[in-house]
Write a protein that binds this ligand. Structure first.
Ligand code: NAP
Length: 251
């Protein structure tokens, strides 16, 4: 029996690439709101591994805890939690910010991560074993203009990762974070509310990271020997030096 990994945000981008990358080694609980996409992914992985679909909004604490608490017996034993679900919503000056965007980022990126973690971690504590990988961002170490609340949500992920690692230190549970720079996914489409031109512009003039690049790094983190915990990993495209320095004339 393969160990079980739960991946949030598996319907798109980095989460989907992670599921595909680790499918040979884990049975997968793939989560997100867009069930038809998760069904398509499940079909795609059918010849590699068993999958279970978790259709819930991470903002809905009772839906999260109900799903995790009522998992079929054979899916209870979660060894790996990839807290990946999240997005940026909008990009405005602080005095012009949309309150709904702020709520979405705090509720999904911070509270959603907490709700899923709170439901899963007791299962790991019982076994004194597990590995949690949180999707931070360089936006969580390096603020940029009009990034304000998204930055704050990823700084929170960074703090929570460090706090989790301390609180779980005596329980044999690894806690890691990965902080990507610019990755070409649906991230910018969501941030710019479906404005495809603006989303496309984000990735022009240089070679951005692909979701697969991050998935490979996560597979590396997961495949280290028992005594090795990669606490943090910053991964940037060659053209990006920081949140605010991007070479858009890349040859
Ligand atoms: P993406 O392609 O837009 O994927 C976001 C995923 O999160 C989707 O699967 C989405 O699924 C899920 N999600 C969003 N809101 C949710 C909610 N309320 N409940 C449940 N699931 C939700 O973006 P991505 O680039 O792969 O982003 C994945 C993670 O990487 C995020 O945490 C993001 O902050 C981080 N990151 C991205 C970049 C980048 O440049 N792309 C850089 C650094 C960090 P549904 O819509 O089906 O629910």
């Amino acid at each position: 029996m393969k160990p079980i990994a739960l991946v949030t945000g598996a319907s798109s981008g980095i989460g989907k690439a992670i599921a595909k990358q680790i499918a040979d080694h884990y049975h997968l609980i793939i989560c997100g709101r867009r069930t038809s996409r998760l069904e398509a992914l499940s079909k795609e992985l059918n010849n590699k591994t068993q999958t279970l679909i978790g259709s819930f909004d991470v903002r809905d604490q009772s839906a999260v805890s109900h799903f995790i608490d009522t998992l079929p017996d054979e899916w209870q034993n979660i060894s790996i939690l990839i807290n990946n679900a999240g997005n940026a919503h909008g990009m405005s000056y602080i005095h012009e910010g949309d309150i709904q965007d702020w709520d979405a980022m705090i509720d999904i990126n911070v509270k959603g991560l907490l709700y899923v973690s709170r439901a899963v971690i007791p299962k790991m504590i019982k076994k004194q074993h597990g590995h949690i990988i949180n999707l931070g961002s360089i936006a969580g170490t390096d603020v940029y203009p009009r990034g304000n609340v998204y930055n704050a949500s990823k700084f929170a992920v960074d703090a929570l990762t460090k706090g989790m690692r301390m609180d779980l230190n005596t329980h044999g549970i690894k806690v890691s974070e990965i902080k990507p720079g610019l990755v070409k996914t649906e991230f910018s489409e969501v941030r710019f509310k479906g404005d495809l031109e603006k989303a496309k512009e984000t990735y022009l003039g240089y070679h951005p990271l692909q979701a697969q690049d991050i998935a490979e790094c996560i597979a590396f983190m997961l495949s280290r020997p028992k005594h090795v915990n990669i606490g943090d990993m910053i991964v940037l495209p060659l053209a990006q030096a920081s949140s605010t320095l991007l070479n858009k004339q890349q040859k």
